[in-house]
Structures are given as structure tokens and as C-alpha cells.
Ligand binder design. Structure first.
Ligand SMILES: Nc1ncnc2c1ncn2[C@@H]1O[C@H](COP(=O)(O)OP(=O)(O)OP(=O)(O)O)[C@@H](O)[C@H]1O
Length: 558
């Protein structure tokens, strides 16, 4: 935080101020509506040190209220600092309280830390705890009751343990009550959310698992929201109603790319802290249709060719765990299939940034902020927007771009799809909530060139700066394989009904045939010919987006 910003915040009306003991010396502690701050008092010189003095202990001279989890009285004589493990010497006062807060550490990871203050008497101690917690209770974005689904078979099958050991204690500390369901089979969470769960009583849904589990949950929430609002999601150009409930992701899966792309890490404690602090990050969702029949929603990767074939192959190797993706990736790379087809897309005209700009989406992102914030729109505004949209589409009709070609891969991403192996992701500059998706077309190329393209996802080289790769920021796109689908309407609606369970092997496409299949956030779609439309900020996550920098000095010291 800059000194000017601090000076503004410091001038907020004071709620409580006292002289207390902090780290064996006297400090003036002050609480206002936005932060808790303190300065050490130099007893010998009888003047307070200024905030800018170069004190050895200049760290953590303030905490933003938004980052504080809870204040608690410490037991008498219990001056043990749990984080440091060291006993602090408290010569004068045995009453104290701790302030737990979320601290930013390296690589966007957050940790729960605690500061301890000592008071002259119990009533002063109680007054501080009460006043801090009263202020925290005014932060209405913080969840009080959550519905948690744990997939015990995600990734390395550690979901239950991760939740119990690393997440549940933080929820308990923040007095969040939870109803926890350990899923017994695929689509257990979906069915429970759709039929049994009384979602009105919760402030959010948490999924402990991977991207597949997240997808299952947002499908249920979005189905439910559209049904309650009377919206028919089968109509391709229908404006969808955003989902009110926020979703938290505790990463425990094979890739966890939604979590990584929205928090900058795949760390369960960081995700739990974002939930506890009530962070909110809208994300775009694309809807995938085939002939006016809704197929699925997508929040991460919609991939045809290389990624579609890889998913199809890896589904047969589920028993191998996360290693199946590596093996199938190598196999598909060696197979080197390419597919003919026609891609048509509506470019995101008027957008200020493009996939090759390398600006990225960093919180707070002005590009996403200036995109229409549908989550705050009233019903009338949504109607007005729908009208504007249809006017725009009529005038945009000629704006559709058509590319007929032979493709190794066609990828469409609503977010960067970053993950630990590919920290930039498939499209490093994709925005989380600007109402667009990045359409990446990898044209036919030699194996060696394709390998160069793939390797660039793991290093700092530009994967788009190759003659056979093109990338477009789009609002809608369509794809038609050279031989269009021959699936009957009856088959189509049957597939659509079963789609939640990904009918692997029932799809009429696959390697070795003239067309591939689409991988839609890890599920295989039965049709190759699809229409895709992006819906701006349709779902909200308990996240903050990726922040600039990640050091604790960012917010806690001057
Ligand atoms: N108890 C369960 N048993 C079997 N499958 C389950 C269970 N609970 C959820 N699932 C299904 O497992 C699939 C994969 O889950 P998840 O994404 O959490 O794990 P993952 O290891 O990351 O898998 P993937 O890489 O395929 O996404 C989801 O589609 C979900 O529907």
C-alpha cells in the first residue's frame, strides 16, 4: 500500500484506540472502519515513532479489516504464539487477545497468521475483541453457512483429508457452519443440489475436488437458476440469468485449472481463506449448443482435435490417476491427427485488449470491471441488454469471420487455463470476466512445429507467435466438421439427457475418423458441430483474481 493510500485510510473515524503491549513494547493501537494499525511508543524518548521510521520491525504496522479473520481473547497466562511457537515475555500484563488474519506469502499463497496484543486488564481485552468482531460482522460478503461437497476420488484421493485437516479448522475459526457431503458416485452432488438441497439457506457451495467436480456443481446451479427464472437454456441466443450463490473451490483434483487461474495457486489453505474472507470473483461461462439443443456449459477449455482426442483416450485409463493425461498426451502427439472443418466466429469488437497483448487479467482488473456487470443488473436492465444485444447482432451479421482449414487443434478458453505445469496457461492474457473467450486455431503443421507450440506453454516463449497458430478474442463461434454430424434428433436428445454422465465411447467421433470430439471442461461432447456463446459473469467464485505481486509487504507494512 502506498503512503498516500494509508494516510487516507488512517483518517477514517477512530472506533477504539489504546496503549497496549505488542511484542514486548508499548504500542498505540487504533481501530477504524477499514483497518487496525499500531505504532510503537518509544518510552525513553516519550514520543511515538512515525510510521515511516526505519524500524527493524516495520512489518505489519497495519492490517486491513478485510484481511482479518477473527479476534479472540487468549487464555490467561497463555501467551504462547501458536505460529512462532515461541513464548513471548509479557512482564506487565497477563491479559491478551489475538487477531488472526490472512497473510500473503510467495507465489500468491495465503496463510493464516496471528498477532498478539496484551492489555492492562480483562475488560480492555474484551472491549477490543468485541469491537473488532463487531466490525467484522458488518462485512456482509462473508459466508456464515456453506454446503460442502467432497469428491473422495479426485486427483490423488486426498480430498477428504485435505478438507478435514487444512480447511475445516479455518471455517471453524471463522465460525462458519457447514453441511458436508462426501459424494458416493459421479453426479451425486448434481442430483443432491437439484433435488434435495435447500440452497436458500446457504451463502455458498464449496467443492473439494478437481475441475470435473466444479463443472458438475456449476451445471446444477445454473440449471436451477434458469429453471427458477423461467429461462430456456436450449435457445442458443437466450440471455442466461446469473447464479446468486458463490462457489468455492478447494483444489484436490488432477489439474485444478479454474482454481489456479482465479487465485494464482492451487493451494487449499489459500482457497479456504478466500472463502472465509468472502471474496467474490465473477467468471464468464460459455454455453455449447448443437442445433438449438443445449449440450453443456464451459468455464475452462473447449478443445477439439488434440485435446479432444487426448481426453477421449485418457477416459479409458482412469485407473491410472492423473498420469493418464501424460500418457494420452504423448500418444495423441505421436498420432498427429488433423481434422478438416469450418470455424466461424464473431470477434469481440470494441474490446480494449487482445490475446497477444500480454496484459493479462490482474486483480482489480479494469477490463473485467468495465465489462457489463450482469450480476448487479435489475430485471429491466437485463431486458434492455437483450434488446441491445439483438440489435448488435443484426448489425454484426457481416462481422462473422469464417475460416475453413485443416486443424491439429481448436481450443476455446474463457479463462487462461493456467496450472502449475503451464503457469501462463493456454491463453495467458485471457480475462476472467470480460464476456469473451479466446479462440486458438492450430493449423496443420509438422510434428516438430507442433511440439514447439506445445513446449511454449511451459516456458516464457509466446505459443501464439508461430505461423500455423492464430488466436482471436471472440463472443461467439461455430464449428462444422467437414462431414457434418449424422446423429438423428432422437439420438441427440438422448445424448443431451445423458450428458451429465459423459457417455464415453457413445460419441460418433474420435481419432481415426474424419472428425474428432470436443472436450468440454473434461467431458466429451457427442457432437462435433457446435455453436458456442459466451455469457459475461454468469457465475461468482470465492476468489479475488490474481493480484499483482504476492509478497506480504504488499498490504501490511509501509
Ligand atoms: N464419489 C465419486 N465416485 C466417482 N466419481 C465421482 C465421485 N464424486 C464425483 N465424481 C465424479 O468424478 C469426476 C472427476 O472429479 P474431479 O474433477 O473432482 O477429479 P479429477 O481427478 O480432477 O478428475 P478430472 O481430471 O477428470 O477432472 C467428476 O466428473 C465427478 O462427477
Amino acid at each position: 500500500m502506498l503512503l498516500q493510500e494509508f494516510s487516507v485510510l488512517e483518517k477514517q473515524p477512530t472506533l477504539l484506540s489504546s496503549q497496549l503491549f505488542y511484542r514486548n513494547s508499548v504500542a498505540d493501537l487504533t481501530l477504524n472502519r477499514v483497518m487496525l494499525f499500531w505504532k510503537r511508543v518509544d518510552m525513553s524518548r516519550r514520543h511515538a515513532r512515525s510510521f515511516l521510521c526505519v524500524s527493524k520491525d516495520a512489518k505489519n504496522t497495519f492490517l486491513l479489516l478485510n484481511d482479518i479473520i477473527v479476534a479472540r481473547e487468549t487464555e490467561e497466562g497463555g501467551q504462547k504464539n501458536k505460529q512462532g511457537g515461541k513464548k513471548e515475555k509479557v512482564p506487565l500484563h497477563s491479559y491478551g487477545f489475538t487477531v488472526s488474519y490472512a497473510d500473503r506469502t510467495k507465489h500468491h499463497r495465503w496463510r493464516c497468521k496471528a498477532l498478539m496484543f496484551h492489555c492492562k486488564d480483562k475488560s480492555q481485552c474484551q472491549q477490543w475483541v468485541q469491537t473488532i468482531n463487531d466490525q467484522l460482522s458488518l462485512l456482509c460478503s462473508r459466508p456464515k453457512r456453506l454446503l460442502v461437497y467432497i469428491n473422495p476420488y479426485s486427483g490423488k484421493r486426498l480430498g477428504k483429508r485435505i478438507y478435514e485437516q487444512r480447511v475445516a479448522p479455518l471455517f471453524a475459526q471463522a465460525s462458519i457452519s457447514t453441511d458436508v457431503i462426501v459424494t458416493k458416485h459421479a453426479n451425486h452432488a448434481r442430483d443432491h443440489l437439484e433435488t434435495e438441497a435447500d440452497v436458500e439457506q446457504y451463502d455458498g457451495v464449496v467443492c473439494v475436488g478437481g475441475d470435473g467436480m466444479f463443472s458438475e456443481i456449476i451445471h446444477s446451479l445454473l440449471y436451477r437458476t434458469q429453471r427458477v427464472s423461467g429461462v430456456d437454456h436450449h435457445q442458443y441466443d437466450q440471455d442466461l440469468v446469473p447464479c446468486d450463490l458463490r462457489v468455492g473451490i478447494i483444489p484436490a483434483g488432477s489439474t485444478d485449472c479454474i482454481c489456479y487461474a482465479t487465485t494464482g495457486t492451487n493451494d487449499p489453505v489459500t482457497s479456504a481463506l478466500h472463502i472465509v474472507l468472502g471474496d467474490s470473483q465473477p467468471i464468464d461461462v460459455s454455453s455449447v449448443h448443437h442445433n438449438n439443443t443445449f449440450l453443456r456449459y464451459s468455464t475452462s477449455l473447449l478443445g477439439y482435435g488434440f485435446y479432444g482426442d487426448m481426453l477421449m483416450d485418457s477416459e479409458r485409463k482412469r485407473w491410472m490417476g492423473p498420469a493418464r493425461y501424460d500418457l494420452s498426451g504423448v500418444k495423441m502427439f505421436l498420432n498427429h491427427h488433423y481434422y478438416k472443418g469450418t470455424v466461424s466466429f464473431l470477434p469481440a469488437e470494441g474490446n480494449l485488449e487482445f490475446p497477444k497483448d500480454k496484459m493479462g487479467c490482474r486483480s482489480p482488473c479494469h477490463i473485467c470491471k468495465t465489462s457489463v456487470n450482469r450480476l448487479s443488473l435489475s430485471g429491466d436492465q437485463v431486458c434492455e441488454m437483450a434488446k441491445e444485444k439483438s440489435d448488435r447482432e443484426m448489425s454484426d451479421d457481416g462481422a462473422w469471420h469464417v475460416i475453413r482449414g485443416t486443424f491439429l487443434a481448436i481450443n476455446a478458453v474463457c479463462i487462461s487455463c493456467a496450472c502449475p505445469r503451464s503457469p501462463g496457461g493456454l491463453s495467458p492474457s485471457a480475462h476472467l470476466a470480460d464476456g469473451t473467450m479466446d479462440l486458438i486455431l492450430v493449423h496443420r503443421a509438422s510434428r516438430l512445429d507442433f511440439l514447439r507450440h506445445l513446449i511454449r506453454h511451459t516456458n516464457k516463449d509466446d505459443q501464439f507467435n508461430l505461423s500455423f497458430v492464430e488466436v482471436h478474442r471472440v463472443r461467439q463461434f461455430r464449428f462444422a466438421p467437414e462431414q457434418s454430424d449424422v446423429t438423428s434428433e432422437a439420438e441427440l436428445s438422448e445424448c443431451s439427457r445423458k450428458i451429465g454422465t459423459a457417455q464415453v465411447g457413445s460419441a460418433p467421433t474420435g481419432p481415426g475418423t474424419s472428425h474428432s470430439s470436443w472436450s468440454c471442461d473434461g467431458e466429451i461432447l457427442p457432437q462435433a458441430a457446435i455453436q458456442v456463446s459466451v455469457h459475461c459473469q454468469l457465475v461468482k467464485l470465492f476468489a479475488r483474481g490474481i493480484e499483482w505481486g504476492s509478497s506480504s509487504t504488499h498490504s501490511h507494512c509501509l
